[in-house]
Design a protein around this ligand. Structure first.
Ligand SMILES: Nc1ncnc2c1ncn2[C@@H]1O[C@H](COP(=O)(O)OP(=O)(O)OP(=O)(O)O)[C@@H](O)[C@H]1O
Length: 304
């Protein structure tokens, strides 16, 4: 069995003359929570649709759970999908609709699956409610419940928390964490970078159809190679810090934030942080805090 849940190789997708995704390669390990990041129009939903087997790449290959996603039925029982702006059909009550979908998916106990999934997303009260009478947040959770039925080993969620109130969004994040604990592979596309930073093991940053960067969250946030020191009082002597072993650059960001980069291959972060903090204290500088790496948001804002 392939260790990769998803493998995309040199995938390009055109819509007429528009190149929505341009030569993107990425691979997602089984059991990982993986983020798809990028500004509007970056190609996230197109990439997502290729992973689901909804859209064929114009060029390149996509393999999902070791199979070709474009072969009919190849992914049956292996994948759950929450599409962007999922619309529920009218004329149904939520519970019976989920049971109908469970039956279509060939699940053995449709009612039990439907009830369990609705419970997981905290929406049992909607069992007998008309789909048209649901609020946006409720409809989204009902669609999420559909994606979770049968506990597929791979779940793809396109903007699962967009438009949800903070409490419900938190509940959805909790569902994603539970899936991770059960070794489900989860792919999440979101504009909420703080959320992705908390949830994901790894991510791909797309920009204008191309892959800008892919890697573990630690790599994307450079956690191994830089940190910041919040200075409360005192004079920071930059040349002395630059001369410390392992430090490759030291500079002030504004009046009170000292930014240090170091050689993360040869030196462990705790060594360099202790050395820099020790030096600052010896020279009479008082410190408020130390934070490692950069925010994912900073990395994405660096896209030109
Ligand atoms: N069916 C289509 N026909 C024509 N162009 C399309 C189609 N689908 C997507 N595009 C274009 O491809 C590009 C990538 O779109 P996509 O929806 O994948 O981006 P996205 O990163 O998901 O954006 P957003 O964050 O706004 O949802 C955009 O320029 C979009 O206009």
């Amino acid at each position: 069995m392939s260790e990769r849940a998803i493998e995309i190789l040199e995938a390009t997708r055109r819509f007429g003359t528009k190149v929505a995704v341009d030569g993107v390669s990425l691979s997602i390990h089984r059991g990982e929570v993986y983020g798809l990041i990028g500004p509007n129009g970056a190609g996230k939903t197109t990439t997502f649709s290729m992973m689901c087997g909804y859209l064929r790449p114009t060029r390149g290959t996509v393999r999902v759970m070791g199979v070709d996603p474009f072969v009919d039925g190849a992914l049956k029982g292996k994948m759950g999908v929450l599409p962007q702006d999922a619309m529920l059909p009218g004329g149904w009550k939520v519970g019976p609709l989920l049971m109908y979908w469970a039956r279509l998916s060939g699940l053995e106990a449709p009612e039990k699956e439907a009830r369990t999934s609705l419970e997981r997303v905290g929406l049992m009260e909607a069992w007998g409610v008309d789909t048209h009478a649901l609020s946006h947040g409720m409809a989204k959770r009902a669609a999420l419940a559909q994606a979770l039925m049968g506990r597929p080993p791979l779940v793809l969620l396109d903007e699962p928390t967009a438009g949800l109130d903070p409490r419900i969004a938190n509940q959805v994040r909790q569902v994603i964490r539970e899936m991770k604990d059960q070794h489900t592979t989860v792919v999440v596309s979101s504009h909420n970078l703080q959320e992705l930073e908390q949830l994901c093991d790894a991510a791909a940053i797309l920009d204008r159809g191309k892959l800008a960067q892919a890697g573990t969250m630690a790599e994307l946030t450079a956690q191994g190679a830089e940190f910041r020191v919040q200075v409360a009082r005192g004079t920071v002597i930059i040349p002395e810090l630059q001369a410390l072993p392992g430090v490759t650059s030291a500079r002030m960001e504004g009046e009170t934030l000292l930014h240090i980069r170091f050689d993360g291959q040869a030196h462990r972060p705790e060594e360099v942080i202790s050395r820099v903090v020790g030096h600052l204290l010896q020279t009479g500088v008082l410190i408020l805090g130390v934070s490692q790496g950069r925010r994912l948001e900073e990395r994405v804002l660096q896209l030109t």
